[in-house]
Ligand binder design. Structure first.
Ligand SMILES: Nc1ncnc2c1ncn2[C@@H]1O[C@H](COP(=O)(O)OP(=O)(O)OP(=O)(O)O)[C@@H](O)[C@H]1O
Length: 149
């Protein structure tokens, strides 16, 4: 088990929040894991949770990544709420990151809408996004070079 300095969520809480990791709650598939939308029943809060793929679950970098994310404070970067490091019902190692839920979908889909979708962003909005992304990258670069991390 990982030692983590703030409250972790249990597997049971995440299981309940997603109706047993139901396909109806599946909202994304990234390189590190599947992303589910869930509702925390005690708080009524909607969250996104990234359930790490098997090969990532044993990664020694997991805790280091969580620790780095704990320091992120930027208005253009999603906040992580907590982690779950547990054993699932089948007895396998289970690791997930829990984030604030972003209701507007993927930025990629906004920038490159499919042919069925109207292109909803004008150039002024696109330049705004460009500036925001540059600001977040600048912040992350600075954070990576901070000696205390
Ligand atoms: N906090 C969130 N709120 C809402 N949806 C999210 C959130 N995080 C991820 N998603 C959805 O899940 C998808 C996959 O996210 P993820 O971060 O795993 O991968 P990615 O950034 O799209 O790609 P990669 O992991 O390859 O860099 C996103 O495209 C988005 O649609």
């Amino acid at each position: 088990m990982l030692a983590f300095p703030y409250p972790k969520m249990s597997y049971a809480t995440l299981h309940e929040a997603t109706g047993g990791f139901s396909s109806k709650c599946l909202i994304g598939d990234g390189s590190f894991g599947l992303v589910y939308k869930g509702t925390l029943h005690d708080k009524g809060e909607t969250v996104a949770m990234k359930v790490l793929k098997t090969q990532e679950r044993t990664s020694k970098n997991f805790l280091a990544e969580c620790e780095a994310m704990r320091h992120i404070r930027h208005w253009n970067l999603v906040k992580d709420i907590t982690i779950c490091s547990s054993i699932d019902r089948a007895g396998n190692e289970f690791k997930a990151l829990v984030f604030q839920y972003m209701p507007n979908g993927s930025l990629e889909n906004w920038l490159h809408p499919s042919s069925q979708q109207p292109g909803m962003l004008n150039w002024k909005q696109r330049i705004g996004i460009l500036t925001d992304v540059a600001s977040a990258i600048h912040y992350m670069r600075h954070l990576c070079h901070t000696p205390s991390l």
